[in-house]
Design a protein. Structure first.
Length: 370
């Protein structure tokens, strides 16, 4: 009697055949037919056919095994599952932003099976999104991660996340600090917002950190504030780098905080809305006030975050060490600081280099006269 033929991915059981379809991103499936040599050979051919269709992206597994139809993953069901998987490691505001971002793609493909979404579908949908580069990239980020994990877990035939690896490029808003004259004009026009704006300029706090600052983290005797948290869309979270830092206060920041003490000392928050006296839920009210004040002061319009850049450049031009300023501002690493503020870091050295040319020209001119 000859040795039985070994069929790859096929296992004979007592009354059925086990077909291993893990290569096709599925699982081992029990085929309820007797494991006769003829049926085993048929199961082997069936397995190869399914794998070929999986590789070509044309597989509909329910055509072969109707009972598996309900197990087919749609974009909606996978998006829900993916959010549950990643949520424990994300801030609540990030989860909310991811959910909102995925809503755009739910509208397009929500009831589509993951295996039916094509590269063309993704490219076409993304091309229709009219947003600035940063906003576009923020929306695409969770989609890319969702698709990458789907492929890793065998839920899609191809890794569709690779299609959107290229992020849109945009002109990032670089430092556009106020000069000293502009600072004074803005503060003069600030009215009830003066303490907030002066503290922003002379501490370098992120707006989300400033509206979350509590009096318990301010030490007017030691002239320091401790930055522990931020407030984004009504939710308190860790700082951008998840690190706690201590800022040493220059005199003008200290004076602004002392004045603010008389305004909000009865509450927990340092900075409150100067009109409603309510705590800030987000940075929109200070941002709106900043725009009005700049216009009133006759200062060119800038985003409110330029107060932070103003602090950095003031410190650098005053001779502060870059590493110290970077720590004060809470940068994750000094590399970003040097890249952002290289213009101001290099300015003094640049003039020294120009002076070398002037010196050389002076020497040459002197020699030619002799």
């Amino acid at each position: 009697m000859g040795r039985p033929i070994k069929l790859t991915g096929i296992t004979a059981r007592r009354t059925s055949i086990l077909i291993d379809l893990r290569t096709a991103g599925l699982k081992q499936i029990t085929y309820a037919i007797a494991p006769t040599p003829k049926n085993l050979a048929y199961a082997a051919r069936l397995r190869l056919e399914i794998i070929d269709k999986h590789r070509s992206g044309t597989l509909r597994i329910e055509d072969y095994f109707p009972h598996l139809q309900q197990a087919v993953e749609t974009f909606d069901t996978w998006a829900d599952t993916w959010l549950k998987i990643v949520s424990p490691n994300l801030a609540r505001t990030t989860v909310r932003e991811y959910r909102n971002s995925l809503g755009r793609f739910r509208d397009a493909w929500g009831d589509h099976r993951l295996t039916d979404i094509s590269a063309t579908d993704i490219i076409t949908t993304l091309a229709e999104i009219r947003l600035a580069a940063k906003s576009f990239n923020n929306i695409v980020s969770p989609l890319r991660a969702l698709l990458a994990l789907a492929h890793k877990l065998g839920k899609t035939h191809t890794d569709l996340s690779l299609i959107i690896q290229q992020r849109r490029k945009g002109q990032a808003e670089g430092p556009d600090p106020l000069n000293q004259a502009e600072i004074e004009r803005v503060l003069e026009a600030a009215g009830d917002w003066r303490n907030y704006i002066e503290a922003a300029i002379y501490t370098g706090l992120r707006p989300s950190e400033q509206i979350a600052l509590a009096w318990g983290d301010v030490d007017l005797v030691e002239k320091t504030i401790t930055v522990r948290k931020a407030r984004v869309r009504g939710i308190e979270k860790a700082t951008k780098t998840s690190a706690v830092r201590t800022i040493r206060l220059p005199q003008r920041a200290l004076e602004a905080l002392k004045r603010q003490r008389a305004v909000s000392s009865l509450g927990e928050r340092v900075f409150i809305h100067p009109v409603s006296r309510a705590n800030f839920a987000d940075t929109q009210p200070p941002s709106d006030a900043w725009k009005r004040i700049c216009k009133l002061a006759g200062v060119r319009a800038r985003h409110a975050r330029q107060t932070r850049h103003t602090y950095a450049t003031l410190m650098l031009l005053a001779g502060a060490k870059p590493a110290f300023v970077s720590r004060q501002m809470g940068h994750a690493n000094s590399q970003m600081f040097f890249k952002t503020y290289s213009k101001w870091l290099d300015s003094e050295e640049d003039w020294r280099e120009v002076a070398k040319l002037d010196m050389a020209m002076s020497v040459t001119k002197h020699r030619n006269k002799r």
